[in-house]
Design a protein around this ligand. Sequence first.
Ligand code: AHR
Length: 496
Amino acid sequence: YAQKTATVTLSNDSKDTISRHIYGQFAEHLGRGIYGGFWVDKSLPVQKQDRIRLDVVNALKKIKIPNLRWPGGCFADEYHWRDGIGPRDKRPKMVNTNWGGVVEDNSFGTHEFLQLCDLLGTAPYVSANVGSGTVEEMSKWVEYLNFDGASPLTRERAVNGHAKPYNVEFFGVGNESWGCGGNMTPEYYAGEYRRYSTYARNYPNAKLKKIASGANAGDYNWTEVLMKNIGARNMWGVSLHYYTLPTNNWSKKGPATGFGEKEYFATLKNSLKMEELVEKHSAIMDKYDPKKRVALVVDEWGVWTDVEPGTNPGFLYQQNSLRDALVAGTTLNIFNNHCDRVKMAELAQCVNVLQALILTDKEKMILTPTYHVFDMYKAHQDAQYLPFKLNSPDYEVDGEKIPAVNVSASKDKAGKVHITLVNLDAKNSISVSAELKGIVWKAVKGQVLTSPGVSDVNTFVKPSVISPKLFSNIKKDGDKLVVNMPAKSIVALELN
Ligand code: AHR
């Protein structure tokens, strides 16, 4: 038996910043994401402001979520914002046709979302309706949100409790316009984007950062046409959606728990595809936008499994295991390492939906392993990116191989260096030797996230099976740092 080893050589010579917006979140009107997740019945015995649950808010504040995307997803393209303002008992109801065919009572609308963002201290990212909405409807929503003068709409906003403009910046023009957002061709959508976005006005102190509805995974032609036909000057960002399935089969995705090493390996392999996607979409963007003005916004990513047995298939409720945490750690490393182009990303989704940070059961709440990854990585937000060279051993299952180790690193404004390392190998510990060129440090401290089984989860009965622990298996070897990473683990280091 030979100890597996990896080497990393870090340097200090990049001017790129890891935008905090890479650590964004997504909250759609879907299942128990909004209703039961953020917005609860008055009678629920949890601390609330209005009907917003504060246990969830406080947990998310701790990991400093930088932005929250709302109201969808597919829901955004059948959402009519006027239905969600004014006295709640008078708001019209609608059917949520995308997600379970349930009745949406519109009690959580524009004001409630912006109140939530205010409580979270996070930037709102509003995704507006192109698929079934009108140019006028979108234009008026922007005026209602952001205009600082006297108009019928701003008077209405004041009557509804908010005289001041909200100054929303991040603004999505449609969602998945190639699919649930209208089944458009890229040429048709690019034309629609130009028309809709013309009337989504910039008001004083509220310049919109407009985000075009981007490609589905490896649809490179979509990005090409958008870059060519919309043009870099006419958008702040273009999005990309990619979900990791344990299988590659949308009708049998694989379970969220109780899987073995084969399924674990297949999921990791699929998640690593993100690197190729980001690189290939970026290369197309570079052709039209060599100065990298346009952000690649990965505004939906994460693990998508079969729903928990016995739950509504339209609610996308799934458990969250150590495997998902390793996918999150790996994906965030990929985004950090491409921070020259990836300036924003949103995990799907924040509470009770898909790869959630938080799960709730009435008044109970648990933090998932993925939540802890965002906690361990938050030091990278707005820090200077540190480039590196990595030599990783392979992790091999049934003759297939992936790199066992991945990494990213940054230096914060106080000069502290943060390194986040992932060991995907389910069986072997790996000794990582890190050389830090031009980086002076005296002390190091670490945290580790791991568990005996890759499919281990936190439950309402045992909420802390997986949580970060102090990590001390670190040695200074001359100028080098030697980190002995346990199998299937994430290690976050802080060097001072
Ligand atoms: O996140 C769930 C759904 O996945 C979103 O509504 C949609 O945009 C995507 O297909």
